[in-house]
Design a protein around this ligand. Structure first.
Ligand code: HEM
Length: 314
């Protein structure tokens, strides 16, 4: 039902790249434009989610939008921060790392933003407006060219034919799960696990990252190898039934956004690759430094050179 939101937000974000490319061509005479993919993808995801939830859209480089994005980023960083008292409750009183103060500040910011958005909606409703819901990749490019062609933009209905794209997404989610420790769970009843008595109320943290890097299951676990999902592990999916790959968790508390996220990932990546040549600015390896936040990679700039592919009818 929300396919049109993903499609139109993606289109608007792609237009930003096209515009930047045109401007750059005029001013620099270059056929390539440097784009910070962290910023581009961050804005796209924010816009999709905000539009689904609030029916609102932040224009590109909008001050309020950038501020909102920064507060969300900080919230996720803090959600994943190592806070000693989460593990040893009596250390609460020492307030180590000063996280509590930082959390209160971010929470206040978030509260202000939400308050502003609610006031805005209240005004809209009162005024009668309705609140409506409104080189690795070379092979993916070949696959898209073969199954979709270049006469029309790739669509959600094409995804069933794009196996290599699916393998790239699974391998990315295996190596860099967005929530490496899922979210904390708590047992609702006393139970026995592997011979241990686990009392009711015990906090359980599941290391999804570790499961997905287990060398007894994944040969060369730290290598980005899409082939594994084209051959031996082709049957493994991310829907919570294969315990060796659980980027969205599993069971009753599994991520409810799994299908939404997969659709958005597939369409965004496929469209970007269909419409642009992507080149690393230097020969250096792209550094996806691991950090202790909720996500494994810190939100650092990821600059990629883009140029529109010729004869594509968008
Ligand atoms: C690549 C994208 C995403 C990944 C890898 C991801 C991953 C996860 C994981 C690992 C959990 C914890 C599951 C568990 O504890 O077993 C989770 C929970 C959750 N996710 Fe996602 N997620 C993604 C996108 C989304 C999206 C797009 C939404 C909403 C539109 C969403 C909403 C939620 C919610 C509400 C929960 C909490 C569920 C609960 O505790 O009952 N997620 N997600």
């Amino acid at each position: 039902m929300l396919g049109h939101v993903r499609e139109s937000e993606l289109k608007a974000s792609l237009k930003d790249i096209h515009d930047a490319w045109e401007n750059n061509k005029e001013s620099e005479g270059s056929n390539m434009v440097k784009v910070d993919m962290t910023q581009w993808l961050g804005t796209l995801v924010l816009n999709i989610v905000v539009r689904v939830i609030l029916g609102k859209r932040f224009p590109t480089n909008d001050e309020e939008g950038i501020h909102f994005q920064n507060v969300i980023r900080k919230t996720f960083e803090l959600l994943g921060a190592f806070v000693a008292s989460d593990y040893i409750p009596y250390m609460d009183r020492f307030n180590l790392g000063g996280y509590e103060k930082e959390m209160m500040l971010v929470w206040k910011e978030m509260d202000n933003i939400m308050d502003g958005l609610l006031q805005e909606h209240k005004r809209e409703i009162e005024s009668g407006q309705h609140f409506s819901i409104q080189s690795l990749l070379g092979s993916v490019q070949e696959e898209i060219d073969e199954h979709v062609g270049r006469d029309r933009p790739v669509a959600e209905s094409d995804m069933k034919n794009l196996f290599y794209l699916e393998a790239v997404i699974k391998e990315t989610l295996r190596l860099y799960p967005a929530g490496p420790l899922a979210v904390p769970h708590k047992s609702m009843e006393d139970c026995v696990m592997s011979g241990y008595n686990v009392p009711k109320g015990t906090r359980l943290l599941i290391n999804l990252w570790k499961l997905q890097h287990d060398q007894n299951i994944w040969p060369d676990p730290d290598e980005f190898k899409t082939e594994r999902f084209m051959t031996t592990d082709k049957h493994i999916n991310v829907k919570g039934k294969h315990y060796e790959l659980l980027p969205f968790g599993s069971g009753q508390r599994m991520c409810p956004g799994v299908f939404f996220a997969l659709q958005a990932l597939r369409l965004t990546l496929a469209t970007l690759i269909q419409q642009f040549e992507l080149v690393k600015p230097t020969d250096e390896q792209i550094d996806i430094t691991k950090s202790s936040g909720l996500t494994t990679s810190k939100a650092m700039p990821l600059e990629v050179l883009l140029s529109p592919r010729s004869s594509l009818n968008t």
